[in-house]
Design a protein around this ligand. Sequence first.
Ligand SMILES: [Zn+2]
Length: 115
Amino acid sequence: MVPLSYSTSPRPSDADLRRLSAQTASELQTVCRDHGWALHITAGEPASGSAYVQFPPIRVDVAQQIIAGLRRLLTNRCAECLAIKKRRAQAIRDKDMTTAAAAAAAMGRHQRAVH
Ligand SMILES: [Zn+2]
């Protein structure tokens, strides 16, 4: 986990860091719950001027859901994926099954290479 920290001086007080930790833990827990991941994320103790949040031990199947969800996010933003999907959709509209199959194969290669 990357620690959250202020870049401004003077150094924030431990009370500020605890507030930041509590707020961030709450936001992270909410966004995880919205994704269907029931995680009880808690504020950690400040250390060396940084604020922390703590994850509970995560069941492997939940961790796998998180991995799959993040991969989907990456895939949805990938310009190459979008280009290949467009090419395949156009080929299907044109009833050009050779190009459609080539696009599907290209997607498979791209997914394995990049995602
Ligand atoms: Zn991609």
